[in-house]
Design a protein around this ligand. Sequence first.
Ligand code: UDX
Length: 473
Amino acid sequence: MTHFDEALFGINQTKLLKRNSSQMNISIVGTGYVGLVSGVCLAEKGHKITCVDLDHEKVNAINNGESPIYEKDLESLLQKHVGKNLNASINLEEAIHQTSLTMICVGTPFKGDAIDLSYVRNCASEIGKILSRKSHYHTIIVKSTVVPGTTEECVLPALEENSGKSAGKEFGVGMNPEFLKEGNAIQDFMNPDRIILGGIDDKTRNELEQVYESFDHIPKLATNCRTAEMIKYASNSLLATMISFANELGNLCSQTPEVDIKEVMRGVHLDERLSPKDDQGKKIRPGFLNYLEAGCGFGGSCFPKDVKALVSHGKKSGENMRILSAVLETNALQPKRVIQLLQKFFPNLQGKKIAVLGLAFKPETDDIRESPAIPVISDLLKEDAHIFAFDPAAEKSMENCFSREQITYEATLNDAIKGKDAAIIMTRWKEFEIIPELIHQMNKNLILIDGRRLIDEESVPNYDGIGIGPKVD
Ligand code: UDX
């Protein structure tokens, strides 16, 4: 083990000795983002992992040490364990027979007005059929994000019907949500803030406890499946609420003379209940505060989908989720704010050359799912503006949304700024911090609209951003 590993994963030799004694054989169905990260990290923790997927190409790639998705440190960790603690296979039957616990990590995309459970249900049915031919006790854990009730009302019956066996006697059923941030997923898995062990009974929860035995000093919460499912949604919904709250206040600040949301939030953050002091009396800045900053809206594969799913679950349960509905409404309108700011300078955007800086839904990823840059580009195109897009990582992903005929993709930030009428910052990329320098060198007339409040207002000649009230002379 290298120093790098120890620093990243906080593993010491004692833990290594301990983990060998509790090695488990685990199969993971679905090698998407959650499945592969979980598989590789549990292999690092000493378990023997079989990753199962229907997609031959993905399985081959994984067995060759190539990660089908980009995530920091994922491929190097995969290469460390593939062929040893981790293998990929398309053979679910073999995987179930050779392991004692299976994690379901298949997708739950949002369709119509609810999450689509067909992959989860099919997966549970297939596992059920195989369980009918397995004589040993087996544990099935749902890791996919599913609305409360799904594990017991959809997965468990599918397992029972197809196996002819009963849950709680011949097999266990549990729910163990993930809390992985894109770009930080390995670190989040290896050093989690909590582990939720949901199960239909103590036996299942004990099995799950064994999976996470080597995660010392991490708070573990043993609970029922519905609570585990709800914790995941509650966590993401709270963060999304914080963002929309900050954005709504930012919008009000824009209408309030001499008030800047950045300063307001700085004042709010100083509340000791939000930023307590450490033992030396120094203020701690909890990561939570990153979600209390105004911007051009949240995106990604989780927040929008999870909040929508909870709102729709509320409807079905007879509860009107007023706050969360408003969180979504605020977020849907938020990207339009940058266009309104731009129109203060150019009421007519026709023919204007506009650089859109940042296409990914957040920095350090090439993921553009639900990125606020998408509605902004669409709206600008409707106004007949010429779009010049730049992103350090997400250009290729965005090409699936907007072709090279529709918009120009710039190779560098310099190119994106040169000769343009305006630029809009949509993503908080660190790379964008040099924008003031570039503006001074190449294009002093450029109007900079800051959707993330990344750049200091005074550092460029023509600036506006989310949440800045009008000046009073
Ligand atoms: C999130 C959760 O953080 C994670 O725990 C869960 O398991 C999956 O969903 P992720 O989607 O990777 O992770 O994104 P995160 O880093 O939390 O950011 C989400 C979005 O919020 C981004 O679009 C970001 O730009 C936006 N955001 C964040 C704001 O708009 N304003 C802020 O102040 C902070």
